[in-house]
Write a protein that binds this ligand. Structure first.
Ligand SMILES: Cc1cc2nc3c(=O)[nH]c(=O)nc-3n(C[C@H](O)[C@H](O)[C@H](O)COP(=O)(O)OP(=O)(O)OC[C@H]3O[C@@H](n4cnc5c(N)ncnc54)[C@H](O)[C@@H]3O)c2cc1C
Length: 350
């Protein structure tokens, strides 16, 4: 009855990596994605050597990602309350040794093209319902009315996951919305020394500069929800204000050209959801929504895709329990720390 071993819903970080890793292990996969590519999504895009960078290498797209001009960043900078940006090693570099920042419209398109070249993909196809048999998910219904049957359906469909909603995936841990991010792109940004991401704790605000592909730098700020209630009326002014009043960034603003509108992330609850049940599993934001302040969501999605593919391919009878254990081992500490610190980032220096 099943047409494929695994049906993956969503084709960005979690979905494309799940599909590519499963296909590499000989699993028959189909991917359904409601959008077409290139496609924007609201997200800055900083990720780490032992997280998403390693995965991009393992699915053989790292060279193409580097050809976008995104600089490999082998150091980073941190400043507290207007102080000098101290240089340090990159976060979680792994054997690769650097971090990257690539706009999502560019990165997600590279991944989607690789998936299209590897497995059966249906773009502009939205999953709207599930098919159950004896309490187990055995397929989905798309918005064209077509049924797709599979051994397992994987929801890689993001924070507002349709699959999580339809299977009523429980939130095992939950935390209320704590912060809101704003970001905008510039050209002409100068790093303090060698090119690297910059992080600055300034009161309760957290500033970021991510040198990215195509000569662009993403300037961002994360503010507490209370601040957002005020600043949310003019996020562009709030974003520019924090960079203008910071003594170590104000001079550098004179050399930049603002080249995009401001993008505003709305505050959202964090949740560690149950990630598997009869005939279904969740990966990435669908399984683990976390405040974006730590920039950990894409690495988490990559690690969970790897964990699911490993569990499914090596433990056909017990993949659910194995996936849950691997997901916890590889991503729970980051989720817990991100969520614990989000309401008060001064804990970073306490
Ligand atoms: C403002 C902001 C800044 C961020 N900054 C960073 C950062 O710097 N670093 C970092 O690591 N993370 C960051 N994140 C988090 C990061 O964006 C997410 O963790 C990441 O996108 C999760 O990837 P995903 O593949 O799980 O889900 P998504 O990227 O949300 O992809 C889900 C896909 O599923 C598709 N889909 C949804 N429903 C259906 C359906 N019913 N049928 C078919 N397809 C469907 C969607 O079209 C989409 O393409 C940020 C988030 C925000 C909001």
């Amino acid at each position: 009855m099943s047409e494929v071993d695994v049906l993956v819903v969503g084709c960005r970080i979690a979905g494309s990596l799940t599909a590519l890793r499963l296909a590499a292990r000989g699993v028959v996969v189909r991917v359904l994605e409601s959008r077409d590519f290139p496609s924007e999504t609201l997200s800055t895009h900083f990720f780490r050597g032992d997280g998403l960078v390693r995965s991009l290498g393992e699915v053989d797209v790292l060279e193409e990602v580097l050809s976008t001009g995104a600089p490999p960043m082998a150091c980073e900078y941190f400043s507290v309350d207007g102080g000098v940006f101290e240089q340090g090693p990159p976060q979680d570099p792994g054997d690769i040794g650097y971090t990257l920042s690539v706009r999502r419209s560019v990165l997600d398109s590279i991944l989607a093209r690789r998936v299209e070249a590897t497995v059966d993909v249906r773009l502009r196809t939205k999953v709207v319902d599930l098919v159950f048999r004896n309490g187990s998910v055995v397929g989905v219904v798309d918005d064209h009315g077509e049924h797709h049957f599979a051994g397992v359906v994987v929801g890689a469909d993001g924070r507002r996951s349709t699959l999580a909603r339809l299977v009523r995936a429980a939130s095992i841990e939950r935390a209320p919305a704590a912060r809101a991010p704003y970001y905008r792109y510039v050209t002409g940004w100068r790093s303090p020394d060698a090119v690297g991401p910059e992080f600055a704790l300034d009161g309760e605000a957290f500033l970021y500069a991510f040198p990215s592909d195509a000569g662009l730098t993403c300037l961002a700020v994360s503010v507490p929800v209370n601040d957002h209630a005020q600043a949310g009326r003019d996020p562009r002014a709030r974003l520019e204000h924090v960079f203008r009043q910071h003594p170590r960034t104000t001079d550098r603003l004179q050399h930049v050209e603002w080249v995009s509108r401001v993008f505003v992330g709305q505050p959202a609850d964090s949740a560690w959801r149950a990630a598997h049940g009869p005939g279904w599993a969740l990966v990435g934001d669908a399984a683990t929504c976390q405040d974006p302040w730590a920039g950990l969501g894409m690495d988490t999605a990559a690690r969970q895709a790897e964990a699911f593919a490993e569990a499914f391919a090596t433990s056909p009878e017990t993949w659910g329990a194995v996936y849950e254990r691997l997901r916890h081992e590889r991503t729970h500490e980051g989720y817990a720390q991100t969520t614990r610190l989000a309401p008060d980032l001064r804990q970073l220096i306490g």
